[in-house]
Design a protein around this ligand. Structure first.
Ligand SMILES: [Zn+2]
Length: 339
């Protein structure tokens, strides 16, 4: 609940990178710092984020860090393939869309900005790195400070000369005991988060790996509310979900639509019966244009959550206010940063 009392002005808070940098809070300022959500079109007032999908993809290129690049896709073709899916989400009442494809895996921020303008969605992109074999060579030799500096520079200066800034940090860890490079990447994410305020969405899907991440973040003195246990619904033991949520981090059920919706109804109901509702995020991990496949291959829709799952949860007795908490207030709190 740490951000609930921050004052929210109704006007647009579109601020440039320079303005945001200049607005670093000083101890003499009595008022709570202004909070924003950083989209690919600039900063917005968090109150405008609205119903949000916290984990989706527009495009993914799984060819590997040494081979991927803009030469691999035709941005106009991807734009044409994905815009109808984004418009369908917008039509279903979605306004916030968190795009989770990291660099070296098909992140194209210019394309995301075009799609944000055309669809009317508030789209977020990210900084950070995935895992092997999607890591560039430098990730294997640089230390956590050097990696954090690269990502913090994207926040301060924009990505690839576009002026487009990340709205969060996306990383990944291997299942089981974390290997050295992933431990370094988790520490780098923590240091970048401490420097920028950005939240870390960590591809995890395995309970023990998530708990190891939390230990690293504690060691880095990062508030655990800045960490999202991505793909928590791939971990079958609810105890890990509850441990992570009770520790103050976010638990994300993001495979909605990949299995029967009744399974997610049961999972969400079970979590809410035992865990803190203010720590749960829901999304599809859907899309996406598969680079290298004709027409982008099979693209999954971004609409089952609001079209089908929410009505099912309401039939189970979930109140409108609880729905709003889950799909509006929680994502807003998860991705808000100090301006
Ligand atoms: Zn994903």
């Amino acid at each position: 609940m740490e951000y609930m009392d921050a004052p929210i002005t109704r006007r647009d808070l579109i601020v440039g990178a320079a303005a945001s940098l200049a607005a670093a809070p000083h101890a003499t300022e009595a008022a709570a710092p202004k909070r924003i959500i950083m989209t690919v079109r600039g900063a917005i007032d968090p109150a405008r984020f609205g119903r949000t999908l916290p984990h989706e993809h527009v495009m993914v290129d799984f060819i590997g860090a040494d081979k991927t690049g803009p030469h691999r896709w035709n941005a106009d073709e991807v734009f044409a393939a994905m815009l109808p899916h984004l418009r369908a989400a917008r039509k279903a009442g979605i306004t916030g869309f968190v795009e989770c494809t990291p660099m070296y895996l098909g992140r194209d921020v210019r394309l995301l900005r075009r799609l944000a303008e055309a669809s009317g969605l508030h789209i977020l992109t990210n900084t950070g790195l995935y895992k092997e074999p999607y890591l560039p060579e430098y990730a294997l030799r640089e230390d956590a400070d050097a990696l954090a500096a690269r990502w913090t520079a994207e926040w301060r200066e924009g990505i690839e000369g576009t002026g487009i800034r990340p709205g969060f940090i996306k990383i990944a860890v291997n299942p089981g005991k974390l290997i050295e490079v992933q431990r370094t990447i988790v520490r780098a994410a923590a240091r970048c988060s401490r420097a920028t305020g950005l939240t870390i969405a960590c591809h995890t899907g395995h309970g023990p790996a998530a708990l190891e991440c939390l230990d690293l973040l504690r060691d880095e003195r990062l508030p655990l509310s800045r960490f999202i246990f991505v793909h928590a619904d791939a971990e079958g033991d609810m105890k890990f979900h509850l441990d992570v949520a009770h520790a103050g981090a976010w638990v994300e059920y993001d495979s909605i639509g990949w299995k029967p919706l009744a399974d997610h109804v049961r999972l969400i109901t079970a979590f809410l019966a035992q865990g803190p509702a203010e720590r749960l995020l829901l999304s599809h991990d859907a899309g996406w244009y598969h680079v290298g496949e004709a027409g982008g291959g099979e693209i999954k829709p971004f609409t089952p959550l609001v079209r089908d799952l929410i009505p099912m949860l309401e039939r189970e007795g979930m109140k409108r206010s609880q729905v709003k908490s889950l799909i509006v207030e929680n994502p807003r709190r998860a991705f808000e940063v100090g301006a």
